[in-house]
Design a protein around this ligand. Structure first.
Ligand code: ATP
Length: 906
């Protein structure tokens, strides 16, 4: 057993692969599981040390670092100096409640973020005990054999043992943006980091090709670990909405302080005492300032993120939560996103004949049929040939025996292995007699992949498969009646028609070809094989649409969102699948047609085209950019390494969590854990819900605070008497603002989020309709409280009149809580009791208010007198009135304050 690996050994690049394996006491079949476990204990997890987070006490203290809170501190100071102990205590109470709520919200939001990070933690493909496994990258140990492919983030430092056109981007490490071609031979010991081309380093990414390597260093012992020292926390950027709120808060503070100054002036003119008036104005300011707003925005976004994660969409950048709500276009991949990505080979076309294949899924059981006749495989040379090519030009594997039939690798390739297995042809057997010498890996640009295999007598064969018309174009020969003959126009026509017909029925069509070479080259370097390439036949692979995709597309359409399919597949296959899921595929555009279009032409047609086929990743970028230039808010899905630019350019880049590459995931704003189109629509729905919630909270805080200020200002200016004492004003703030805003932020999804067009991205929380609504409800409240106080003064003692005004304000604000829950739907219709948190908070608020007017010590502190029955009727009637008025308004004029003001296209 290996005693200890010198983790700081830095000469791995100067040793040949075998010696590296020996030194690390491992083999190309990998470590055993037991040994890997031992080494994990010995070397620790493969992770960079994280910087310790902010200590909790600092999180708590930072709740006070907010301009709104400074004003409150100033108010507390004034109340101390003017000898109003109760007020001071109440202000500190308000501050404390706020800080505690803010603290809980922030720590929970951080936990939610950490949990989400965990869910997208990087994985590694590793060979252990001779078998391939996908494990969390944290569990890699020195001596592990890792398998790398284009798009992978390299999980540890490793010495390459096999390369297939492998290139990597090492800018994270060396700052050099040119990709580095990787190789195998040992290098001079003094080669610098950038020149150690036979090593691959943690934190860099594979841009091309494939490779296999043995891990030589993990965690902090890697080059990245040594350079970075520790993983820097990525500062959480603030979203436009959060910035908007911050700006709005400052403006509000200025306006509200201005109003309070006017109240102070009015009081002084009316001859009220200076100290009392100062305190009163300060209390008014304290209660008018929506100090809880920034914290509520954070909590709404954080809760929204958690709900989205439960619905399979993990947010990587908070801003996406907001942008999703205004998405107008979703560009979706076809394969795996709109379809289930379970590939079954259904049809073959070879030697001028069409065959059907029976059997379901990846189970290698089924028959080959020609018409009604079952084909005798052993006698069908052409069938055996096409199946063999499909197996040799293949990087996937399927498990057999007891653990049948799990696939590893690309499902398209797995489908070929399964079909061959139905004929008794297996990859293991075949590669024993014809070992693979080299490979041209598949890329979306090439649209094909090829393997070079060794045959008998130093013969070599090239086995190639790829997009049907592409392969057909490459071939000059075709396999007919047991030999290669010239591929003439008639045969070409026949194949083209067959491609069309298979694709039009929704099948994914691949062509297979091979070339016999009699030279003895061991790799593709400089090898010319195209002249000898023989077209063998076509395969038609079924990948049915996801059953739920059709509904999701319809939902998106109903929500004013266009769904566009962008695929690398054949145009007819794309159209057929588009039709099945309800996307309009009439005007499909192919990559070649797109290349021929100038930008002006394309800009004109972009609004009409919903299916793009045979698209290369860079063209995806062009589509996204053009859509954005038309003012669309674009969500785009992607999985490959070359999709990263399009994902970055989109308003919302969506990467596939299961089948996507690390590079795509890192470029994305959101990752789907189930690769399912439906989850994008669900995330849009949540995004809209989040915005609704924020609007409710915002409306509630402003309408209540402004209503209250109006009542205070009117009473002082017109009657010359303060309707509430300073301490009562502060209390109102605790009972209503502090208790009800968080439950409003927890309002459940209403189910109608996807009913209308998207929100215009230029509109923040406050838009003209909302301002009008705030204005009119605040005016009703202000006038009513003023009137009731005036009535009280005529009929009751000043204490009773104040208690009446005090309770009326609270009543208004509690009923307004209900009102705030929707802006266009009667609350009775969405369910009076559907927000349990809100009801609970309401109950607490009512109890607190009753305590303030009935408990003797509270009566003394708040200068209250128990209201009479008439008072209670007035109090409740007043609050109820705003509820009834708004319910009627929502019933008969639901769009009075929303339509035409904030939605896209209005
Ligand atoms: P989408 O963009 O919707 O995911 P896609 O998977 O068809 O679609 P690509 O991966 O770019 O897009 O593939 C383009 C074409 O290349 C496919 O339609 C198919 O004909 C061919 N192809 C796909 N995978 C392979 C493969 N492993 N080997 C050879 N050819 C392939």
């Amino acid at each position: 057993m290996l005693e200890s690996i010198n983790m700081v050994e830095s000469n791995w690049h100067s040793l040949p692969p075998d010696e590296v394996l020996k030194k690390l006491d491992t083999a190309s079949s990998g470590l055993s599981r037991v040994e890997a476990k031992k080494r994990l204990e010995q070397y620790g997890p493969n992770a960079l040390a994280e910087k310790p987070g902010k200590p909790l006490w600092l999180v708590f203290l930072s709740q006070f670092a907010n301009p709104l809170v400074y004003v409150l501190f100033a108010a507390a100071a004034i109340s101390i100096f003017t000898g109003h102990g109760v007020d001071t205590l109440t202000i500190f109470g308000v501050l404390l409640v706020n800080a505690v709520i803010g603290y809980i919200q922030e720590t929970r939001a951080e936990k939610a973020m950490a949990a989400l990070k965990e869910m997208t933690a990087p994985q590694a493909n590793v060979r252990r005990d001779g078998r391939l496994h996908v494990i969390p990258a944290r569990e890699l140990v020195p001596g592990d054999i890792i398998i790398l492919a284009a798009g992978d983030r390299v999980p540890a430092d490793a010495r390459l043992m096999q390369v297939n056109g492998l290139e990597s981007n090492e800018s994270a490490l060396t700052g050099e943006s040119e990709t580095v071609k990787k190789s195998l031979p040992p290098l001079s010991a003094d080669a610098t980091l950038g020149d150690r081309t036979n090593l691959i380093f943690q934190g860099t990414s594979v841009t091309k090709g494939q490779g296999e390597a043995v891990v030589v260093a993990t965690g902090m012992a890697t080059e990245l670990g040594r350079i970075a020292g520790s993983l820097e926390e990525i500062p959480q950027e603030r979203t436009p909405l959060q910035k908007n709120i911050a700006r709005l808060s400052t403006t509000l503070v200025i306006i509200l302080l201005g109003v309070c100054a006017l109240i102070l002036a009015a009081g002084l003119i009316r001859g009220l005492g200076l100290t009392d008036m100062v305190l009163f104005a300060v209390a008014a300011a304290v209660s008018a300032i929506p100090e809880g707003l920034p914290a509520v925005v954070t909590v709404v976004l954080a809760i929204g993120m958690r709900i989205m994660a439960n619905r399979h969409a993990i947010i990587r950048r908070l801003v996406a939560v907001e942008t999703l709500g205004s998405a107008t276009v979703i560009c979706s991949d076809k394969t795996g996103t709109l379809t289930i990505n379970q590939m079954t080979l259904r049809k073959l076309f070879l030697d001028g004949r069409s065959l059907e294949v029976t059997g379901e899924g990846y189970r290698p059981e089924g028959e080959f049929k020609e018409g009604r006749r079952t084909v005798e495989i052993a006698k069908d040379e052409a069938l055996i040939k096409i199946l063999r090519v499909g197996v040799l030009a293949n990087d996937a594997s399927i498990t057999t025996g007891a653990e049948c039939c799990e696939i590893f690798g690309d499902p398209t390739e797995a489908a070929l292995l399964v079909a061959a297995a139905k004929a008794g042809i297996t990859k293991n057997e075949l590669e024993k007699s014809e070992p693979r010498l080299d490979e041209l890996p598949f890329s979306s640009e090439l649209q094909y992949m090829a393997a070079l295999n060794a045959g008998a007598d130093n013969h070599r064969t090239v086995n190639l498969k790829g997009a049907a018309e592409k392969v057909l174009d490459m071939c000059k020969l075709i396999w007919r009646d047991g030999k290669a003959v010239k591929l003439d126009a008639a045969a070409r026509n026949q194949v083209t028609q067959e491609i069309e017909s298979m694709a039009a029925s929704g099948l994914r069509v691949l062509a297979l070809a091979s070339a016999e070479l009699d030279n003895s080259g061991a790799d593709f370097g400089g090898l010319s094989f195209e002249d000898g390439l023989v077209f063998i036949g076509l395969v038609g692979i079924a990948d049915p649409p996801r059953p739920e995709a059709r509904d999701a597309v319809a939902l998106a359409k109903g929500a004013g969102i266009r769904v566009i399919m962008i695929t690398g597949d054949h145009v007819s296959t794309a159209k057929a699948i588009a039709k099945q899921v309800g996307i309009d595929g009439e005007q499909a555009l192919t990559g070649a047609e797109l290349s021929a279009m100038d930008e002006a032409d394309f800009t004109r047609s972009v609004e009409k085209i919903s299916v793009y086929a045979r698209i290369e990743p860079l063209q995806k970028l062009r589509i996204v950019k053009t859509l954005k230039s038309r003012g669309e808010v674009v969500a785009v899905t992607g999985d490959g390494v070359n999709d990263a630019p399009a994902l970055k350019a989109a308003d919302i880049g969506v990467a596939m969590g299961k089948s996507g590459t690390d590079v795509a995931r890192e470029a994305a704003d959101m990752v789907l854990t189930d690769d399912n189109f439906t989850s994008v629509v669900a995330a849009v729905e949540e995004g809209r819900g989040i915005f609704n919630r924020l609007r409710s909270v915002f409306y509630y805080l402003l309408a209540s605070n402004i209503g209250e200020l109006l009542a205070l200002a009117a009473a002082i200016a017109i009657i010359g008497e303060a309707p509430l004492l300073a301490v009562q004003i502060l209390w109102v703030n605790v009972v209503t603002d502090a208790t009800l805003t968080v439950p409003l932020a927890l309002e459940p999804r209403r189910g109608d989020e996807l009913d209308g067009p998207p929100r215009s991205p230029d509109v923040g929380l406050l838009y003209p309709g909302m301002a009008w609504r705030i204005g009119y409800t605040a005016a009703i409240m202000g006038t009513a409280v003023f009137g009731i106080f005036w009535w009280g003064l005529q009929h009751e003692t000043i204490e009773q009149a104040r208690t009446l005004a005090f309770c009326t304000i609270v009543s208004f604000e509690l009923f307004k809580g209900f009102v705030a829950r929707t802006d266009d739907k009667p609350v009775l219709r969405i369910g009076l009791f559907s927000n349990r948190w809100f009801l609970l908070a309401l109950g607490i608020a009512v109890l607190l208010q009753l305590a303030a007017v009935y408990l003797p010590f509270m009566q003394a502190a708040f200068h209250t007198a128990p209201p009479s029955l008439t008072d209670w009727l007035i109090i409740l009637g007043a609050g109820l009135s705003i509820f009834v008025i708004e319910e009627l308004r929502k019933q008969f004029f639901p769009d009075l304050f929303s339509k035409g003001k904030w939605r896209k296209g209005s």
